[in-house]
Ligand binder design. Sequence first.
Ligand code: TIU
Length: 222
Amino acid sequence: MPTIAAEPYAYTFPKGKLALVIIDMQRDFVEPGGFGATLGNDVTRLTAIVPALQRLLAAFRAAGLPVIHTKECHRPDLSDCPPAKLARGNPSLKIGDAGPMGRILVAGEPGSEIIDELVPIAGEIVIEKPGKGAFYATEFGARLEQLGATHLVVTGVTTEVCVQTTMREANDRGYECLLVEDCTESYFPAFKQAALEMIRAQGAIVGWTARSDAVIATIAAR
Ligand code: TIU
């Protein structure tokens, strides 16, 4: 079986069972004036992963492997946004309020769009999710089953929020997950580091971590 150099030990996957999952690389999290910024975060630090993520995405496309993008966003009437989520924090703009990129975290608004550098191409799956995890209240699980994917290479933002929640949901459903260290980022460097360590601790209790170069080297050689 193909093998990727990873921590805490080598990650193997059956040919044809691997998919790339890109979590929430949308303007609302990486550009000023979006959801991430309204929560008080320095959003600019997230864009550092874009070049590596572009290379990884290109490698999956070249290998003919499936790619799934997610977007955290809500229906325009906010009927899928729990009151607790709407009220949480002390944001400068609440979910659904009008901001410089349209209504905050609302589907169809400019802020909800995936950034130009990573825009999905025809045939790639895009999942709109109302929660942090990609499985909750979405067709993500059904689409993975249709693809026959059992092994997920996970990327995107933010590491300890939507990425980690999705990995934990996937892990409990029996998926073998590999988090790509230089293709995920957090507003809080210490939280990213802690998430990487807790995921791969205890013999990959949640999953594996690896550098993008190692993933690319293996899938390009298949
Ligand atoms: N706030 C934060 O770190 N993340 C989110 O709200 N959503 C995602 O992680 N996508």
